[in-house]
Design a protein around this ligand. Structure first.
Ligand code: OGA
Ligand code: MN
Length: 215
């Protein structure tokens, strides 16, 4: 073994939390990671989202390339703001610190070859949803993993709706998994494989959503 490889081995620190995320991902094609971020971090992210939303920085999310507004509205009703890592405030710096640690870990242990990423804040107003879709609907084969971090208030009530529903095929049968958008919960799934939807929201629903990409 070369000297630099020996050094790399010495520096590699096994991370039990990330290891669990990876085993779940390998086993199910998705992973539900509660407490991925601390309560304090989630509070910072939520406040940052709210402030930017108040300042009217969010835009109605579009679908595909240039589709008309009406069609887009019947598919997804969320408002988004792309996050520029180069221009990040404290909340976003902390967010990317952990995301980048995960990306490094995935690249070292799973050889995923994640080179780039894109993340946006999202707010679903009451009454909105995102119909069943695949995150590679824009023919973007670069998206490997989708990652959603929920920023709703603590004590999210199931009656608020807004579940993420993941569809899978098992022996020719379709199975569904409903996931509540609980504060601090992170869901990661294979972008090119899993269809999913956001069920109608009864109370405004906050998150950061993004993709880990191969280039
Ligand atoms: C998306 C998406 C899921 C969620 O933005 O593409 O599917 O739970 N989001 O917010
Ligand atoms: Mn999606």
């Amino acid at each position: 073994m070369k000297e630099n490889e020996l050094y790399e081995q010495l520096e590699f620190q096994e991370n039990p939390y990330f290891e669990e995320v990876i085993s779940e991902l390998v086993e199910n094609q998705y992973c539900i990671a509660d407490n991925f971020f601390t309560t304090e971090e989630v509070l910072l992210f939520r406040n940052s989202l709210k402030e930017k939303y108040r300042e009217n920085e969010f835009k109605k999310a579009a679908i595909g390339n240039k589709t008309n507004e009406l069609v887009a509205k019947s598919v997804r009703g969320d408002f988004i703001l792309w996050i520029d890592e180069a221009n990040a405030g404290l909340a976003e710096v902390l967010f990317f610190q952990k995301i980048n640690a995960l990306v490094d870990y995935l690249n070292k242990t799973c050889f995923l070859g994640i080179l780039t990423k894109e993340f946006h804040y999202a707010l679903y107003p009451e009454g909105t949803f995102y119909k069943r879709h695949l995150d590679t609907f824009q023919n973007d084969g670069r998206r490997k993993l989708s990652l959603v971090c929920y920023l709703n208030e603590e004590g999210w009530n199931p009656e608020n709706g807004g579940e993420l529903v993941i569809y899978q095929q098992e022996n020719g049968q379709e199975t569904t998994k409903s996931i509540y958008p609980k504060a601090g919960r992170v869901v990661i799934f294979e972008s090119q494989v899993l269809e999913h939807e956001v069920r109608p929201v009864k109370k405004s629903r906050l998150s950061i959503t993004g993709w880990l990409k191969t280039r």
